[in-house]
Design a protein around this ligand. Sequence first.
Ligand code: A2P
Length: 318
Amino acid sequence: IPEIPVDSTGKTIPVIGFGTAEYPFGASFETLRDSLLHAIKLGYRHFDSAALYQSEQPLGEAIDDALGLGLIKSRDELFITSKLWCSDAHHDCVLPAIQKTLKNLKLEYIDLYLLHWPVSVKPGEYELPVKKKELLPIDIKSVWEAMEECQKLGLAKSIGVSNFSCKKLETLLATAKIPPAVNQVEMNPLWQQKKLREFCENKGIRITAYSPLGAKGTLWGTNWVLECEVLKQIAEATGKTIAQICIRWVYEQGVSVLVKSFNKDRMKENLDIFDWKLSPEDLEKISQIPQRKGFLGLEFISEEGPYKSLSELWDGEI
Ligand code: A2P
């Protein structure tokens, strides 16, 4: 799996990562651990976890097993991401949260630590949907200072954010001493993120794409991507699957992508995108697909909360 720079210091990120968000339907601990171990066997080296997903512990076990079996020689061969949940998005909660994450993963450091949403909720549970009456305004400056501390302490090699609009990135950049390396956002042929990608490119922020297939079957997912007629036609004409067309398309945009399947055939299929490419005609057809965001984040909108409308959450960018 090729790698691309994750920041300006020469660190790199494998272009395909393996997603672990099974919340809230939950594959069992064992299914998760065994799937992750199988993914390492297949050659996946980048794993995306989060405090919310409860996937850190099975990932930690899978890493141990992979080391024990000699599938990898050292932990350094892996790129591990985890995320700070909204209930820990308070200055004094950040350090204990990453320490807990590291303990769950049985690791000394993670490669990337992300602020999961530009949202704080009252300290306590890790849950989605969040309790609307517990939504609080996020103090981005002080939360980010604590994230910077995690990097300075060597607990995270890089730090970043997730689900940030251009406007929220601007606000963060205005006070950040360490700029975010990555903004992890929804991106697929139905939500191409042209404006955000351009903004991030100018600021030296890397995008990682989540839900490249539309995250069918999750709380935040839809079947719109896998049932898109344009994609179906391209897949039929090229002899590839719709999933491969989507993953290849993200890759061709120079963006790292997270894929998720606990089915062994599909786990393999999703890696099989490097020895062919989309034609200019197919790229043109994809660029014409009407845009429609799948995961709106309605869970974070509340009359009494800091974001009263979707336009406030996304700053009018959706
Ligand atoms: P499964 O685990 O049964 O393969 P996303 O990556 O956008 O979050 O989407 C994940 C969803 O897409 C999961 O429901 C997963 O189900 C399904 N999926 C993953 N890979 C493929 C594929 N190659 N073809 C069809 N569906 C897939």
